[in-house]
Every structure is written in structure tokens, then in C-alpha cells.
Write a protein that binds this ligand. Structure first.
Ligand SMILES: [Fe+2]
Length: 227
């Protein structure tokens, strides 16, 4: 360890952990492609405590029906990540968004499988890493949260909004999005479903729903999404 560098913890990967291949591939992908944020997050992933795993119970989530179509819509850039997700599929614990204001809007259309986090199979209070699954023709509404965030599109195509503006073109598999703490963002799918890897880090990562809020685009002057 370099003099003055005390933030990076050294941990030995647990090869018996079925989540390890996805974590290794995600760390390498983000370190190579996601700029300074990617370096920070890759260090966090590689420093995760090996005191694990938690066993959690799953319940049926209807949005999981979109997983196979999303996995089938990957690309060369995400082939390794998609393969690692497919290998883990029997262990993923999908949950619906529980915030009351969000839940009814995306009921049956959005599900999350958190892999690393305060209540995830791989425990961490510094990092959340998981999968975001969204059915076709679904708007995940404008929202913001205290944690900084990276998204990697793994399969499918979606339109992304950020700070009130919609991107002119949709993101293909391999695209990376970074959202600052408390920055408003939204996701809209059209014919395709979306499977994305998300990472939350920074001071708000542990806060979860407490640091999460929905925006009202009408009162905040956000434009309609492009046709
Ligand atoms: Fe977000």
C-alpha cells in the first residue's frame, strides 16, 4: 500500500462464492471504461468483505418474465457480464420497488436484484451493486437519490433522462451512465426490455429509500420525453 493510501482495503476473493465471477467481471469492466468513478467503484468491489453470504428468501416477482428477453438482447461489449448474470440467475433475489409513490407506477414492470448491499447476499454498508430489470413500454419515472450511481446497460435498449433532459438517442448494451448524488434521472423502454447493472456508492449508498425521492416533471418544468 502506498504511503498515505489508507482507503483501499485488501480482501481475498472467495472463489467458492457464486457471485464472485460477476463481481470480478463488473470490477474489470468499470475500471476500464467508467472513468474515475469506475476506478473508485472497482476498488470498492475488490475490497468487499468476504464475511458472507447471507441466505435470503425470495418471492415471485412478475417482472422476472422480462429477464430472458433482456438477456437475449446483449451485445459483444456485455457478453461476459450477461454470461455471468445468466449463470447466477437461479440465485438472484428479485424485489419490487417498495416506495409507495413508485411502486404502483411500475408494478409488475420493474424488479431489482441486489447482490451487494446492506441487506443483500454480499453484505456492504459502502456499496450497493445489483440488477435493474424493466419491461418494455415502461417509464421508470424521474427520481433522485443521495447515492452516486453508475448504470451499465447489459441487454435491451432504453431512453434515459438526466437533469430534466432526455437523451436524443437510446443507450445500447455496453453504454454507461453516471448520475451524481441527488441528480434527477428517468428511464423509458419502448419495444425492448432493459437489463442493467447498477452501482450505488458514496455517502448515500447505505441510506437507500431514505435518500430517495420522486420528481414531479410537471411542476419542475421537465420536458416531455421525445416521440
Ligand atoms: Fe437511480
Amino acid at each position: 500500500m502506498k504511503a498515505g493510501s489508507t482507503s483501499r482495503r485488501i480482501a481475498r476473493p472467495d472463489r467458492s462464492d457464486p457471485h464472485q465471477p460477476l463481481l470480478d467481471i463488473a470490477a474489470a469492466f468499470l475500471r476500464e471504461r467508467a472513468g474515475r468513478a469506475g476506478l473508485t467503484v472497482a476498488d470498492e468491489i475488490e475490497g468487499l468483505s468476504r464475511a458472507r453470504l447471507r441466505t435470503l428468501s425470495a418471492r415471485k416477482e412478475p417482472a422476472v418474465a422480462f429477464l430472458d428477453p433482456a438477456l437475449a438482447r446483449g451485445a459483444a461489449a456485455t457478453a461476459d457480464l450477461v454470461g455471468a448474470v445468466a449463470a447466477l440467475r437461479g440465485r438472484l433475489i428479485w424485489r419490487r420497488p417498495e416506495a409507495a409513490a413508485l411502486g404502483w407506477r411500475v408494478a409488475g414492470r420493474v424488479a431489482w436484484a441486489e447482490i451487494v448491499g446492506p441487506a443483500a447476499p454480499v453484505p456492504s454498508d459502502r456499496l450497493r451493486l445489483g440488477l435493474h430489470l424493466q419491461g418494455p413500454r415502461t417509464l421508470y419515472p424521474w427520481h433522485a437519490h443521495a447515492a452516486e450511481e453508475l448504470y451499465v446497460t447489459l441487454g435491451g435498449i432504453a431512453w434515459w433522462g438526466r437533469s430534466g433532459d432526455w437523451a436524443a438517442r437510446p443507450d445500447p448494451p455496453g453504454a454507461i451512465r453516471r448520475h451524481a448524488a441527488d441528480e434527477a434521472h428517468a428511464i423509458e423502454t419502448r419495444p425492448d426490455p432493459l437489463l442493467a447493472l447498477y452501482v450505488w456508492w458514496g455517502a448515500g449508498a447505505a441510506a437507500g429509500a431514505e435518500g430517495y425521492r420522486l420528481h414531479d416533471p410537471a411542476t419542475e418544468g421537465f420536458p416531455e420525453r421525445p416521440a
